[in-house]
Design a protein around this ligand. Sequence first.
Ligand code: SF4
Length: 383
Amino acid sequence: MISTYLMYRNVCEQICAICQEQGVAVIIGGPYFVQPEVIKDWVRIPGLTALAAGEVELQLPSILKTLLAGGDVTLHQGMMAAGPQGEIRGEIAAPQREIDAVPYPDFSDFPWEAYPNRIIPVITGRGCGWGACTFCSDVTSTAGRTYRSRSPGNVLNEIASHYRQYQVSRFVFTDMKLNSNVEMWRSLISGTQEVAPGAQWIAAVHVGNEADTGLSESDLRAAAASGCVRLSTGLESGSQRIIDLMKKGTQLDSISAFLHNASAAGISCRCTMILGYPGETAADVHASAEFLEHHVEVIERVSLNRLQVIAGTTLHRSATRKSGRLAGFRIVSADSRTAQVEHRYDELETSSHRKAVMRLLTAVHRINIRELSPRAREFEGVM
Ligand code: SF4
């Protein structure tokens, strides 16, 4: 069984070829095998027995029994294979509902000695409570299609078990948006130190427009007291117009307040940003630079990325539908092996846009060369 990102296609092909020679069955799964065009392409890899499409972990024991008995695994939901005529058999598994039933990850064979410190990833829910950002491929991935939360007790028990079993007190919550379920978020804040004394943790949050996001000044002070040392959030742009085009569901003044409150509480803040969204002009990039210039003291790291268009996202679908109607923006080609969609945006080639990008890069650099606060240092490179 191989779990893979799409970028490792060539390696997967080679493994399948070797296994075919040796008569060994291969099942491949991973986070993006729920997009029909990707499935259609991958399922035909020579030597592949079946593709795991969707969340199948609770069914895995019975799938493996069928496989070992020489049966047809595509009779299990979520197992897909190419038939003798090249037809595709099987269907995508629906999102897993009983996520409290999934066993805790077993790290007993993990080579801890190869790492400078012990950090364990924990996920409290699948999907994102907002789920609307047009560019986001997390919410078109296998586990991201709908939002489902574990129960707070189940998550706190997992943290306690890792703390006891592996002497780990640093955790990274890998949820797309840890405050999707505000009850869960507040339960972690109130319960983490009880189950893992001295614990430190980091997470990503969405500073949305809901009446209660769980990110008030007092919430953030409580989060810091419970061991939160870094929060990452999607700023994406310093232009409200672009943020609205992205359907990000955030307001710049709320993000500004969040950054000031989190920083005052002692939490290191990281922002992600996107450059080159359709409709972006030099003025929008200047607005992004200006936002960073005004928040140098309260942002510790910026991750600035050129827009990537991923197959299956709302952005990809609408750019394909509106082909020729997004001024200067066009889809050039789509690769179903990797789900990467090549695009062009003429505005990026203008000298005014380039100048604005230089200003933005300078602002990003000014932030990223700063020393990290000591509390967040242990997590450098993690998120
Ligand atoms: S808030 Fe984050 S995870 Fe949720 S849809 Fe937007 S980008 Fe994706």
